[in-house]
Design a protein around this ligand. Structure first.
Ligand code: ZN
Length: 460
């Protein structure tokens, strides 16, 4: 077995150390949803080389390192399917406002957002990535301006990320065309680490018109990538198309050919049965349920997750931006999704803990078009793994390890995290960069940014 120095040397030489995770409770989230109560999992060349019960464990001497994980839950890394990571700069700045309405967003976020400069983005995204991975997330799906800077910071974090180039037109057709060309260049040129580039039309018909939406789907199909957008989030989202065409935004998008491409829609609070049918009939449509952000917004409408899943639609979970949420903890997000589904349907747990575990892992990966690569623990897949420490408060003797995780555990119980076989968190410590360094750099940028906002306000 190798020392930490040897492991670093191996990685410097471009080789991923092999590892054996031993004596853990393993939640595979594979097609048969196996739970192995005392099991092992082997990581070789960044991939899952095998897993099984303790009786069949390979010789530990074969591996560069062995993790004795008695009392740990080993499961696929969590997938946060909707974020705006740079917006951590606005955390706590929209209290008492709904970010799912145009007014709420415009009056709290839009004005300071105009003071953002590219150099603000890296430190903000680095902090967001650190918070995500420290709470067990291994993949996230982002959408915002400054996609280049977001992609660079995501790549530096080691996390797997889909980065949607946020396109906002707001009635300016020339700007729409220009943004689309820049988005295409981003998608074409983006080759950083574990980052996958997408298009990110911000909000169809609200700030992207139909001509632009049609052009976006043509581009997305051409480049073989997806589109990450907001849909049916606030009252305005359907208003415009209902008045103009007598159609919901979802049906108007279907009419405009949008669902020919891979569509990953966030929020979806206001879907009708016909809208759900559009999602179900599309070749690659999915949605990100952001339960906490929806509840905090004060909207009465709640995403019809149970109906969507019954119709065969892939439903993932996301935190949304942390001005709306204000946390990246996907364990907490699973819990809120479970609670709000019970409330909406008027019955006890219409979404089981197992359902929510799938939504936060394999369904998230499937939504992002990478279900073949990550989202479950199966031989051959990338080793994207989290080990939660089950020895702390709240976990003891609960039958059903998913229920223990979701309803009594926390993202803060994540102890080890691997992405593509690289250990990014070891005993709750970040391995690529110290959290303290990331936090200090972020604090400096945060202070600068808000002083620029204050200056801009004085000038105005
Ligand atoms: Zn959002």
């Amino acid at each position: 077995m190798a020392s930490l120095c040897d492991l670093k040397l191996l990685m410097d030489l471009g080789q991923m150390p092999s590892a054996l995770l031993a004596d853990a409770t393993i939640l595979t989230v594979d097609p048969s949803d196996r739970t192995i109560s005392r099991g092992w999992l082997a990581i070789e060349d960044g991939r899952i080389a095998g897993l099984g019960t303790q009786a069949s464990m390979p010789d530990p001497e074969r591996f560069d390192e062995v993790h004795d994980l008695v009392g740990h839950l080993v499961m696929p890394g969590l997938v946060n399917a909707h974020t705006h990571t740079a917006m951590v700069l606005f955390r706590g700045r929209s209290e008492g406002h709904s970010l799912l309405t145009m007014d709420g967003w415009y009056n709290t976020i839009r004005e300071p957002e105009l003071s953002l400069v590219p150099s603000d983005i890296g430190p903000a995204v680095a902090l967001s990535c650190a918070e995500m991975v420290l709470s067990g997330t291994t993949t996230f799906c982002d959408q915002y301006f400054f996609a280049e800077e977001i992609a660079a910071a995501a790549a530096a974090s080691g996390l797997r990320a889909v980065v949607g180039y946020g396109i906002v037109q707001l009635g300016d057709q020339a700007r729409g065309s220009e943004e689309l060309a820049l988005a295409a260049a981003f998608v074409e040129g983006q080759r950083q680490g574990r980052v996958i580039p997408w298009f990110g039309p911000h909000a169809p018909y609200v700030d992207n018109d139909e001509a632009l939406l049609r052009a976006e789907v043509v581009m997305a199909v051409k480049y073989g990538c997806g589109m990450h957008l907001h849909m049916a989030a606030g009252p305005e989202d359907n208003e415009l198309t209902l008045v103009r065409y007598g159609l919901t935004a979802t049906q108007a998008l279907a009419r405009d050919g949008f669902f020919q491409g891979r569509v990953h829609a966030a929020h979806c609070l206001d879907l009708s049965d016909d809208d759900i049918a559009v999602f179900a009939a599309a070749p690659a449509a999915s949605m990100a349920h952001c339960a906490s952000a929806g509840l905090r917004s004060g909207r009465e409408r709640i995403c019809p997750v149970v109906d969507l899943r019954a119709a065969g639609v892939t439903v993932a979970l996301g935190t949304d931006n942390v001005a709306a949420n204000n946390s990246y903890d996907m364990v907490s997000e699973m819990r809120v999704a479970g609670l709000v589904a019970s409330h909406r349907e008027g019955q006890a747990q219409p979404l089981s803990s197992r359902d929510m575990t799938r939504m936060a892992t394999i369904d998230g990966a499937t939504a992002l078009g990478i279900g073949h690569e990550t989202g479950s623990l199966e031989p051959g897949k990338a080793a994207d793994i989290v080990a939660f420490d089950m020895r702390g408060p709240g976990w003891s003797e609960t039958p059903g390890v998913e229920t223990a995780l979701i309803y009594s555990g926390s993202g803060r119980d994540a102890r080890h995290v691997w992405v593509a076989g690289e250990q990014l968190v070891r005993h709750r410590v970040l391995m690529r960069r110290p959290f303290e360094e990331i936090r200090t750099e972020y604090s400096a940028i945060h202070a600068d940014f808000w002083s620029h906002v204050a200056t801009a306000r004085k000038v105005a």
